[in-house]
Design a binder for this molecule. Structure first.
Ligand SMILES: NC(=O)c1ccc[n+]([C@@H]2O[C@H](COP(=O)([O-])OP(=O)(O)OC[C@H]3O[C@@H](n4cnc5c(N)ncnc54)[C@H](O)[C@@H]3O)[C@@H](O)[C@H]2O)c1
Length: 438
């Protein structure tokens, strides 16, 4: 009893250090206690490990709607001497007076075409893309393979990864950046608004932060969008028209990009050219766009939603063929003046431009469907619907006189000709060329 008492007493007053406790008490009891503590510790450590493991195993397939590009930021690997060698080799200039261009979003639709056109004429090109799953990743991988064959390497990474961007500029002093990485699409903004902020705002700012601080600063050409015209009704849309009524979060982030570009030009002397693309289409295009999924659904015999505005108003788009857009991008790069800052400080006024890159001939969406029907030789099941007020505007129409004057931009492909090329590519890509066009 007295022993029990003493034990209990000593238990209460026991110092936390097991060593001291062991020296004063019965060896049998102390051993039991020691084993008990050890088992408890092991159990807790095990539980802790299980929690950590569950966290890591769950995170990639989490049901929380996190931006997929955020996931990419965590998982991509880069660096090492072999990697640097690949980066250098891809960015090597092969023509006299060629430029070294970092193309962001290089595995994307426009990025692939621009990268291969630059490479073809002898410029040094390095791509960066996070291969997010906004649309089929296999298509991005196929574009990557295509570029790989022309000698363009795409680094897998996110434009929000500051260390990666700094490393790229350390390895290659890029003279130009063609910034095309973005979260595109108008309706997806209601599902995943964070992805627009992540790529179009945070990512753009991160890129500009790096560009402003490197020496020499590169000149930057980047993709804005015709969507900045939003609810503007004055046609054709001119660069001087108001752009303060965006109809979607996508448009708002592109408009924000234009304001951010102004700031970095003003404070740091970065040369910045924004390009407002008007509904770009063509081979290797984007599956979320109407011309693309109409083709897919017409071939499957599925009904397609054809929108009309109030009072049976026509919905029309200034569809612009990819090769024309590529020429506009190259024209913008070729006429971009050098940035004027260095070491993060502005040394003088720098170039700041915004251009419309469209086709100047809007085509009703009903006409787009008719062309596809003729090319595919399949009658579409048209499901006429009212244009929802969730981001799409009734029509777009570009005034391109400024781009014509400054960039020598002159679109040459009409919708019929361009869609024929798209459909040929589509059939070849998805059904191994089994179905012929016309
Ligand atoms: N295609 C059009 O009709 C059109 C019209 C107006 C504007 N634009 C703009 O042109 C640019 C190119 O468009 P696209 O049609 O080629 O789109 P796309 O989605 O095919 O290409 C964008 C690429 O950027 C990558 N990307 C996205 N976020 C990234 C990030 N945080 N870090 C690294 N890579 C990232 C994507 O994986 C994708 O491959 C975009 O800025 C888009 O907003 C396109």
């Amino acid at each position: 009893m007295s022993q029990l008492k003493q034990i209990s007493h000593n238990d209460n007053s026991a110092p936390s250090t097991p060593g001291k406790f062991k020296m004063e008490k019965s060896p049998y009891f102390n051993r039991t206690r020691w084993h008990y503590s050890l088992a408890k510790l092991t159990l807790w450590s095990f539980a802790f490990l299980v929690v950590i493991l569950i966290f890591f195993l769950r995170s990639p397939t989490s049901s929380v709607p996190i931006d997929p590009s955020r996931r990419s930021l965590r998982t991509y690997n880069w660096g090492g001497s072999a990697w640097e060698k690949r980066v250098r080799s891809s960015a090597r200039v092969r023509s006299r007076n060629g430029m070294t261009v970092l193309v962001t979003g290089a595995a994307g639709f426009v990025g692939t075409h621009v990268s291969s056109a630059l490479k073809r004429r002898g410029d040094g090109v390095l791509g960066v893309d996070n291969f997010n799953d906004y649309y089929e990743i296999s298509l991005k991988r196929a574009r990557q393979a295509l570029l790989e064959r022309t000698g363009v390497y795409i680094v897998e990474g996110d434009i929000n990864d500051e260390a990666l961007l700094r490393k790229l500029f350390e390895v290659v002093p890029f003279t130009h950046v063609m910034h095309l990485a973005a979260q595109a699409g108008v309706r997806y903004a209601m599902q995943n608004p964070g992805s627009y902020v992540h790529s179009n705002i945070a990512g753009f700012v991160n890129l500009l932060e790096v560009c402003k601080s490197v020496n020499p600063q590169p000149a930057i050409v980047w993709a804005s969008s015709s969507s900045v015209y939003g609810l503007n009704t004055k046609v054709p849309f001119s660069e001087r028209d108001r752009t303060d009524q965006p109809a979607s979060l996508y448009a708002a982030t592109k408009k924000a990009g234009e304001e951010i570009a102004h700031t970095y030009n003003h404070i740091y002397g970065l040369s910045l050219t924004g390009l407002r693309f008007f509904t770009v289409y063509g081979p290797w295009g984007r599956p979320d766009m109407a011309y693309f999924f109409f083709t897919k659904d017409i071939l499957k015999g599925k009904p397609i939603p054809v929108f009309e505005a109030a009072n049976h108003g026509t919905v029309a788009r200034d569809f612009t063929y990819i090769d024309d857009i590529v020429r506009g991008c190259l024209g913008a790069l070729d006429t971009a003046e050098k940035s004027t800052g260095s070491g993060g400080k502005k040394k003088g006024p720098a170039q700041l431009r915004v251009f419309n890159l469209g086709n100047t001939s809007p085509v009703p969406v009903t006409e787009l469907v008719s062309i596809l029907e003729r090319l595919l030789k399949v009658k579409a099941k048209r499901n006429i619907m009212k244009l929802p007020r969730n981001g799409d505007v009734q029509f777009t129409h570009a005034n391109i006189s400024y781009a014509k004057r400054e960039l020598g931009y002159k679109p040459t492909t009409d919708l019929q000709t361009g869609l024929k090329k798209f459909v040929r590519w589509y059939l070849n890509y998805y059904s191994g060329g089994k179905k012929a066009v016309e």
